[in-house]
Design a protein around this ligand. Structure first.
Ligand code: ZN
Length: 342
């Protein structure tokens, strides 16, 4: 990772602006093409009947669940992509090179997530989890909205970590804690991060801050604390992956099974795939395993396009449109008059 020189950062801002313009245009284009027809009564009835009889339910959650809560999904016509700034700044190399800039970026992301509110889909899922003790959610979002909607914590794996947790930069030191400080330190105010807006403020915001002022690990007292999210180039946390494997093999979240274990998966009745294109690992892998374990799938997606494992099979369901609208709609037959309906 080369150092982020001023010229490079200026270039980054320009590219990010262009990328955001394309992003908004592609969202506009796509919005014109979305079929907003609500699912038919027959489709809802068959889904509700299967949901009623389902005990072991796997839920895979992606960015589309939080989109109407105001958390950007950075979706482009070619599938999921991140902003230029995200790819540049959400890496270990960027943090080593300029931890103040990276913390400024996370100040902004944390403030966006804190300002967002859980939408009806977050609430409906939390209610479903409470009524189905055999349900497990695998959350790829880091915004904390499922938790704020009251999703039972023992029934969710936050696969990509959380914006509101910090950990020691040194992987060998296992220190990690919750942290809701926005800004992370008072000396580093919340501003638009470089690369999202060409803002002179964002440059001046970091100029008076020294690395010594950033939060340090209270355990080893040597290293900086970093956001406890999975960055580009990092693997998924092994313990979380093993817990997910443990559940697939029939245990609860206390059960941990190594990914290479030969233990057979236990029957899964239903899998909900919400707001993720699910064409890449690990999502695609879990869809394949759930089907093999007997699951019927229900997809909730903005995109009509689907390919490979994320194409619904004959006895499966595809709910097309905004997850915030369709997830509660699909679950209401089971949840019976749950209070999110106006
Ligand atoms: Zn440490």
């Amino acid at each position: 990772m080369p150092p982020l020189s001023k010229d490079f950062k200026d270039e980054l801002r320009a590219k990010a602006n262009a990328s955001l313009q394309r992003h908004y245009k592609s969202l506009d284009d796509e919005a014109q093409n979305i079929n907003h027809d609500l699912p038919s009564r027959e489709m809802l009835a068959s889904f509700t009947a299967h949901l009623r009889s389902s005990k072991r339910i796997l839920v895979l959650i992606g960015a589309g669940l939080s989109a109407s809560s105001g958390i950007p999904t950075y979706r482009s016509a070619g599938g999921f992509s991140r902003t230029f700034s995200d790819q540049q700044l959400a890496t270990k190399g960027a943090f080593e090179d300029d931890p103040i800039l990276v913390w400024q970026f996370y100040n902004y992301r944390r403030s966006q997530a804190k300002a967002a509110l859980p939408n009806p889909a977050h609430h409906a899922l939390a209610e479903l989890a409470a009524k189905k003790p055999g349900l497990l959610s695998v959350n790829q979002n880091v915004d904390g909205l499922c938790q704020r909607a009251g999703h039972p914590s023992e029934q969710i794996i936050n696969l990509h970590g959380s914006l509101f947790r910090v950990r020691c930069f040194d992987d060998a030191c296992d220190y990690e804690e919750e942290n809701y400080n926005i800004p992370i330190i008072p000396q580093l105010p919340v501003t638009e991060p470089p690369g999202v807006l060409d803002s002179a403020d964002s440059r001046s915001a970091t100029s008076g801050v020294s690395i010594d002022e950033l939060p340090h690990c209270p355990k080893c007292r040597v290293n900086l604390l970093r956001p406890a999210t999975v960055w580009f180039g990092e693997g998924l946390p092994e313990a979380k992956v093993n817990h997910l494997n443990g559940w697939l093999c029939g245990g609860d979240l206390e059960t941990s099974v190594d990914a290479n274990s030969a233990v057979q998966d236990k029957k899964v009745d239903l899998m909900l795939v919400i707001g993720t294109s699910a064409t890449v690992w690990p999502a695609a892998g879990y869809i394949g395993r759930a089907r093999k374990a007997g699951a019927r799938l229900a997809f909730f997606n903005m995109e009509a396009k689907s390919a490979g494992v994320s194409r619904p099979e004959e006895d499966e369901w595809m709910f097309l449109g905004d997850a915030a609208e369709l997830v509660p709609k699909a679950l209401e037959g089971f949840l019976d008059g749950y209070g999110y309906v106006d």
